[in-house]
Design a protein around this ligand. Sequence first.
Ligand SMILES: Nc1ncnc2c1ncn2[C@@H]1O[C@H](COP(=O)(O)OP(=O)(O)OP(=O)(O)O)[C@@H](O)[C@H]1O
Ligand SMILES: [Mg+2]
Length: 236
Amino acid sequence: MAFVEAYNLHKTYRMGRNNTLHALRGVDISIEAGEMVAIMGPSGCGKSTLMHILGLLQPPDRAANPPPRILISGVDVTNLSDSRRTQMRARTMGFVFQSFNLVPTLTALENVALASEYAGQSRSTAAATAREALEWVNLGDRAHHRPTELSGGEQQRVAIARALANRPALILADEPTGNLDSANTAEVLEVLRKFNREHQQTIVLVTHDREVGATCSRVLLMRDGVIGDEHPRAAA
Ligand SMILES: Nc1ncnc2c1ncn2[C@@H]1O[C@H](COP(=O)(O)OP(=O)(O)OP(=O)(O)O)[C@@H](O)[C@H]1O
Ligand SMILES: [Mg+2]
C-alpha cells in the first residue's frame, strides 16, 4: 500500500492585488512504504512547497478542482484540525529543512531531545534517545555544543539526528546534504539509507545532487510546479 498519496496539489501565492504565483500546478504523487525517493528539479520549481504540503505544514489550495487529497498510510489527512495535524507530524514524521531550524539557545542534545518530548517521551527518555541519535550521526562528542558552536555540517547532522530520533515512519528531507562536503554527504546518506533499510522508514528527499539521487530507489523530476518524468534509477 502507498504510504504517502497526494492528488491534485496546487499552491498559489498571492503577491499584491493582481499578481499570483502558481508554485504547484496539480501534483500527483504516490510513495510506497519503505521507499527512498528523491525529488529533483530546478530552483523555484516547487520542491520545498511540495515537501511542506506533504509534511502538513502548509495547506494546498482548497479551491482546486477536483479538490486536493493527501493520505498518509491510507488515512485522509487533507482536512485535519490543527491539533490532529500537529499530533500526526510529531508521531509519524521527521523533518530536515533547508535551513536547520535548530533552537539557538539549546545544546545539540536538547535540540534533538525536544523532538522526542513533543512526541510524548518523558524528559529522561528523550535525553537518552537524543544521545543515541547523536551517535548515529557521529556527534556524540558535540552533545553539549550550542548551534553557534558547531560547523554548518555539524548543525545539519544535528538536524538529521533530530529527524531520526523517534524513528518516524516518514522522513521528509529538503536538501539534507546541501551544505555538506562530500565526506559528510556520504556519511549522512549512509545513515539515511541504513534507517531506510533496517527500519523500513519511508524517505522523501529533495536534492540537486545527481549522485545523491542515484542512491535512491526512485527519482521524481519536477518542473514548473508539476512532477513530470520518473526515472527508475536516477538517469536524471
Ligand atoms: N511564501 C511564499 N510566498 C510567495 N512565493 C513563494 C513563497 N514560497 C515560495 N514561493 C515561490 O514559489 C516557487 C516555488 O518555491 P520553492 O521554494 O518550492 O522552490 P524549490 O523548488 O524548493 O527551489 P530551491 O531549489 O531553490 O529550493 C518559487 O518561485 C518561489 O519564489
Ligand atoms: Mg527548496
